[in-house]
Design a protein. Sequence first.
Length: 135
Amino acid sequence: PVLTEHRYGRGKCVYSAALLESEDTQMGRELWTGILERLLQGRRQVRIEAPPCVEASVKQVEGTLCVSLLHTLAHETGSPAGEARIRIRDSFLKVDRAECFPHGLIALEREGRDTVVRGAQLPEFSIITIYSEKQ
């Protein structure tokens, strides 16, 4: 695929001739991840690891992260998607607690200088709210 990078204000954008996000192959995921890593230049603060059938979005509001997880195959499979891991850099947010709708509180784990939140057996839709120590 042909890639073009442009600067816009303080940011960058990349255009692709191919629909990279719809390329559901290992090579497509590695290419897409590589482009994002290059643009972020190692400054990724939140990393979500989930099965390929889970779409994720992150929104930050005043020291709180809201992570929405959508199991896109729930109607077809009728079963949970499995586990999602949300890794947060301590330099970005000092995590105090995490709650999952519809399950309740979620245990936190430490891995190096990161806090890891695990959402297990994801239903069709989950919202994980991660609160900072300041809340």
